[in-house]
Design a protein around this ligand. Structure first.
Ligand code: NCD
Ligand code: ZN
Length: 336
């Protein structure tokens, strides 16, 4: 098969940033994705209805300027003390999810959640309003390779305390987390990125230190990658795509910023990974159907064409070094 046409895909986890970069990053996501969920760890963070509404206007005007037809979904950031009214006003402003960042776990998360008990009123408000909780599942106090596993018991506590809360565990990186998601009730789902399906810790540290591949959660072993790929191609409604595209300009990467610019290459990487698993026919379910169903959204109307046409990823795209920069990828993507 040399051309694969699929329903226009969704990206349920993307960082579009704020300020001058936003126009380029939003346009880049709109190039391939019919819809994307923008994360709230911008500066200043999205913690109020007016903040969510203002950011939504900025993102929508960036999409409009790009000339692409794409829909932005928004999220808000849970911070201790924000209160249930702020949660409900974020939901009223159109937030499709609330994001739980353990305090200090990743980029722009110092104001995050130290313990789920510190946001129990806010989680109850989300539960009542039917707003899903999106979780960055890492315990920043655990050793770096064990952070995801160390956070799984915290998810157990959140699920027990909030029996109707719908939860998305973001960017799974380990076989252990895949098993945990399978064992949790159906109200729990998970996103998987294209880089965790394609690369391992050896791409970050194996030859020369390459900050392009440095993200949270850090890429793990080939055994973990195999378990993630098996989950992605399984057809289970619990696993769907979120790119965690998180661009940082070269100076920020050079000083250690966590985050990888995935949007320009995500669809190419996914096609290659699914082909490797002998499951190209399952790609559409993973990127264009299962996330929409979990979030209760209609499927996108447009089409995306994936073509077996090699291209070499430029060293710089939109001012950031993308994942797979300098490598030749076997699949190209374009709106059909
Ligand atoms: C993300 C960012 O840069 O905003 N970084 C990352 O390493 N993935 C935040 C996040 O999702 O952890
Ligand atoms: Zn992220």
């Amino acid at each position: 098969m040399d051309i694969l046409e699929i329903r226009s895909p969704d990206d349920f986890h993307v960082h579009l940033r704020q300020g001058p970069g936003l126009a380029a990053y939003a346009a880049r996501s709109a190039e391939h994705f019919g819809r994307f969920l923008a994360m709230p760890n911008v500066v200043p963070p999205l913690v109020s209805g007016s903040g969510v509404a203002d950011y939504g206007r900025a993102v929508r005007s960036a999409i409009a300027a790009s000339g692409r037809a794409s829909t932005a979904l928004l999220s808000f950031k849970l911070v201790p003390g924000m209160g249930r009214d702020a949660v409900l006003s974020c939901a009223a402003a159109g937030a499709a999810a609330g994001k739980y960042y353990p305090a200090g776990a990743t980029t722009n998360s110092a104001d995050g959640v130290p313990d789920p008990g510190s946001v129990s009123a806010e989680l109850s408000a989300m539960e009542e309003a039917g707003v899903p909780l999106s979780i960055h599942g890492e315990d920043p106090l655990a050793p770096v390779l064990e952070r995801e596993g160390a956070f799984l018991p915290v998810v157990d506590r959140i699920l027990a305390a909030h029996p109707r809360l719908r939860v998305v565990l973001e960017h799974l990186s380990t076989a252990e987390a895949v098993e945990a998601v399978r064992a949790w009730p159906e109200r729990v789902a998970a996103t998987i990125t294209s880089h965790h399906l394609s690369f391992t810790v050896d791409d970050v540290l194996g030859e020369r230190l390459d900050p392009t591949y440095f993200c949270k959660p850090i890429l793990k072993t080939s055994k973990d990658r195999a378990a993630l790929l098996e989950a992605a191609v399984s057809g289970s409604p619990r696993f769907f795509f979120g790119s965690d595209s998180a661009p940082h300009p070269p100076a920020a990467k050079a000083s250690g910023a966590a985050g990888s610019y995935a949007a320009p290459v995500a669809m190419s990487l996914l096609a290659a990974a699914f082909e490797e698993a002998g499951a190209l026919d399952r790609l559409e379910g993973f990127v264009s159907e299962r996330g929409a169903r979990f979030y209760g959204l209609a499927l996108n109307a447009g089409r995306l064409a994936l073509e077996r046409r090699p291209w070499t990823v430029p060293e710089l795209i939109d001012g950031s070094r993308p994942l797979a920069a300098g490598r030749t990828l076997s699949w190209s993507a374009a709106r059909a």
